[in-house]
Every structure is written in C-alpha cells, then in structure tokens.
Design a protein around this ligand. Structure first.
Ligand SMILES: C[S@@+](CC[C@H](N)C(=O)[O-])C[C@H]1O[C@@H](n2cnc3c(N)ncnc32)[C@H](O)[C@@H]1O
Length: 242
C-alpha cells in the first residue's frame, strides 16, 4: 500500500506507456471516444470555452475530443517526463493519433476543423499540476480526467481527493468526462510499477453522488487483448459539476 508521493512520476517512461496503450486504437478506447464525442456534441459551448484535461500522460484523445469546442485547452500533468513528451507532441503530434481523430470526424463539428494538428498546437498549453494539492485561480468550462484518480495511488482518501479536486477545477454546471480502470492492481511502465486502487462502478457512483449532476456511467468490457494485466474492464462517467 502506498500513496501518490511514494512513486517517481518524473521518471515515468512516456514512450513505453504510449507504445503499450495508444500506438494503436483499441476497441475500448474507440467505445470511450464515441461516447465522449457524442456527449460533448450534445453541449452548447460559447466561443471562449476553456477546457482542461488532468493527468494527460501520453494520451491526446481527451484533448482532441474537446478541440472543436475550446478556445483554450490546458493539460495539467504532474510528471516532468510526461510534460516534456506533451510539449514535443503538441508541436506536431504523431501519426498514431490520426485514427483517433478519424473516429471523432464521424461528427460534423470535428470535420469542420481543417487542421487539427495546427489547432491543437495553437490552443493548448501544458501546466505542472498536482491534482491532490494545486488550487486553480480561474475555473475551466469543460474537463476530462482519464485513468488518473484510481491510477495514481492505492489510498482511497487520495482517490476521493482527486475526484473532489477535479470537480473543483470546473465551474458549476460544467460538463465533464472521466474514465477509470476497474479493479486494477497497478501497472508497469518501462519496468517500474505504478499504483492503482481497485475500484468499481459502485465506488464511482458513491464518490460522485455529491459532486455531479445527471451522472451517467458506462461499463466498457475488455477487448480481445487486454491492455494491462489485472483489471476487469473500464468505466466511463460523464455528467455536470454541481
Ligand atoms: C495511468 S496514467 C493516465 C494517463 C492518461 N490520462 C491516460 O488516459 O492514459 C496516470 C497519469 O497521472 C499522472 N499523475 C500522477 N500523479 C499525479 C498528480 N498528483 N497530479 C496530477 N497528475 C498525476 C501521471 O504522471 C500519469 O500521466
């Protein structure tokens, strides 16, 4: 059992994590992307909308999903290695993200973005952030946090704190989407072990009852080739901050 501070996040092997999880588009991510895309397409955003993704790691698809709707997108990341990876990718993201973008372009609003690479580069910034501690000066209008709250600690209190602090980043009524590994026992990146708290749908529902309105929870079954050992599926939750 160990908390977030016990792990060396600065030495997170970004390349290995990307290769293992996002080099190819897996069925689970396609399902999540479809649901998040349709959820965001159902919102009305104004031209000054500011989006935030927490613990981005090497996953650009939450930011791509918010891209047509946001004037600014902030990627909040604790790990120095992942912040450097993000800074490089934002200059000109790699070809693997094109299959994720293709899923998004099944809806017209994404097709109307002529140059997604250019738009992501011009509208996105990376910030050093500790989701268990940092407090925002100005709140965001829409937010995502994918595989973070349960995958940065084995402590239930830190899972609760991460969810509360994520919702506190957003304005009341702001739409959000979050994903979770279900029953994860932790994961290996570049030969190093990183923590997870084994949570399920009931835990997400219980934690979010006080934080979100109109909460919808989707269970995503494991595809033919599980991404990581020791988990039983993925959970996607979306709703509006109270
Ligand atoms: C399992 S990875 C998820 C990465 C990515 N969001 C995804 O969908 O694959 C967990 C991420 O949380 C970041 N992280 C760890 N501790 C954090 C903290 N205290 N505050 C913010 N991010 C943190 C890690 O650096 C890593 O990028």
């Amino acid at each position: 059992m160990a908390g977030n501070a016990a792990y060396d996040w600065d030495s997170f092997d970004s390349g290995d994590y990307l290769e293992h999880n996002y080099a190819d588009l897996h069925d689970e991510d396609r399902k999540i992307l479809n649901i998040v895309r349709d959820f965001l397409c159902g919102q009305s955003f104004d031209t000054h909308t500011r989006g935030v993704d927490v613990g981005t790691g090497t996953n650009l698809y939450p930011a791509l999903a918010m891209l047509p709707f946001c004037q600014e997108i902030s990627l909040l990341e604790f790990s120095g290695a992942n912040r450097r990876w993000l800074a490089r990718q934002l200059r000109d993201y790699s070809a693997n993200w094109e299959s994720y973008w293709r899923v998004l372009t099944e809806r017209e609003v994404y097709r109307s973005v002529q140059q997604p690479r250019e738009r992501l580069r011009r509208h996105t910034t990376v910030l050093k952030w500790d989701i268990l501690d940092s407090v925002p000066e100005v709140k965001w209008d829409v937010g995502t946090m994918f595989f973070v709250a349960e995958s940065i600690t084995t402590f239930r209190e830190e899972f609760t704190t991460a969810l509360g602090k994520f919702c506190a980043l957003l304005k009341p009524g702001a739409p959000f989407a979050m994903t979770f590994m279900e029953n994860s026992k932790g994961y290996e990146v570049g030969g190093k072990l990183f923590p997870a708290l084994g949570i399920g749908v009931a835990d997400v529902r219980e934690e979010m009852a006080e934080l979100g309105n109109d909460l919808r929870i989707h269970h995503v079954n494991i595809g033919a080739q599980p991404l990581r050992d020791g988990y039983s599926g993925m959970i996607l939750a979306h709703g509006y901050v109270k």
